[in-house]
Design a protein around this ligand. Structure first.
Ligand SMILES: Nc1ncnc2c1ncn2[C@@H]1O[C@H](COP(=O)(O)OP(=O)(O)O)[C@@H](O)[C@H]1O
Ligand SMILES: [Mg+2]
Length: 226
């Protein structure tokens, strides 16, 4: 469903991605792990069209997406891709329901249809009673669930999440993991998640290890290469 071929990226003289190949299948939860500075966020941003590679190709459902530009790119990103970051980036002056609706309004969908879907999503994410609250009135876990509902509002093909549990305690992190699995099982939702959280990595369908800008085969201590 998502395929990346031979992705290279440098910042000045610093080579950050050195030929990354990757394929994600629909309905898969794939985690990316690796030490700080390995290039995980850069890769996620490039796959999600938030940043551009120096060379390489990216396909979503056989459509080349890394060549999109301007309005076409903005429209594509808004309707096909969802993002969840470590810090939720919710808009403080809007309540939870409005924050979830905004990408739907931007996509030009009917207000009533957007609100109906937003309410359904917030209900699924156990936020039915929190819809009217502003972000600062919500706990960290609730804020992150609102951010996930917002990422889902336009029914994206794939959700990219960059350390989504990085700012949560273990109880909230666990709830978020269960939620990802529920969304995969219920909606066949596809996720690519950068994480330091070993539990989340273990729960995912597949783990990709990155080191120094490349995908590597991990070598287990005292064990065989897997
Ligand atoms: N916009 C940027 N300009 C210059 N260097 C960057 C930029 N973004 C990331 N880097 C550098 O690229 C390397 C990889 O960063 P990143 O992809 O954020 O790694 P990770 O997410 O695995 O910790 C790091 O050395 C980082 O300092
Ligand atoms: Mg990072």
């Amino acid at each position: 469903m998502l395929t990346a071929k031979n992705i290279f990226k440098s910042y000045g003289s610093l080579q950050v991605l050195k030929g990354v190949d990757l394929t994600i299948t629909k309905g898969e939860i794939v985690s990316i792990v690796g030490s700080s500075g390995a290039g995980k966020s850069t890769l996620l941003h490039i796959l999600g069209t938030l940043d551009t590679a120096d060379s390489g190709e990216i396909y979503l459902d056989n459509n080349r997406i890394d060549l999109l530009k301007g309005k076409q790119l903005a429209r594509f990103r808004n309707t096909h891709i969802g993002f969840v970051f470590q810090f939720h980036h919710l808009l403080p002056e809007f309540n939870a329901l409005e924050n979830v609706c905004i990408p739907g309004w931007i996509a030009g969908a009917k207000k009533k249809a957007v609100a109906d879907r937003a309410m359904k999503l917030l209900d699924t994410l156990h936020l039915r009673d929190r819809m009217e609250n502003k972000p600062q009135q919500l706990s960290g876990g609730e804020q992150q669930r609102v951010a996930i509902a917002r990422a889902l509002i336009n029914n994206p093909q794939i959700i990219f999440a960059d350390e989504p549990t990085g700012n949560l305690d273990s109880k909230n992190a666990k709830e978020l993991h269960e939620l990802f699995i529920q969304l995969r099982d219920q909606f066949n939702q596809t996720f690519l998640i950068v994480t330091h959280n070993e539990e989340l990595a273990a729960l995912s369908d597949r783990t990709i290890h990155m080191k120094d800008g490349k995908i590597i085969e991990p070598i287990l201590e005292n064990g065989p290469v897997i």
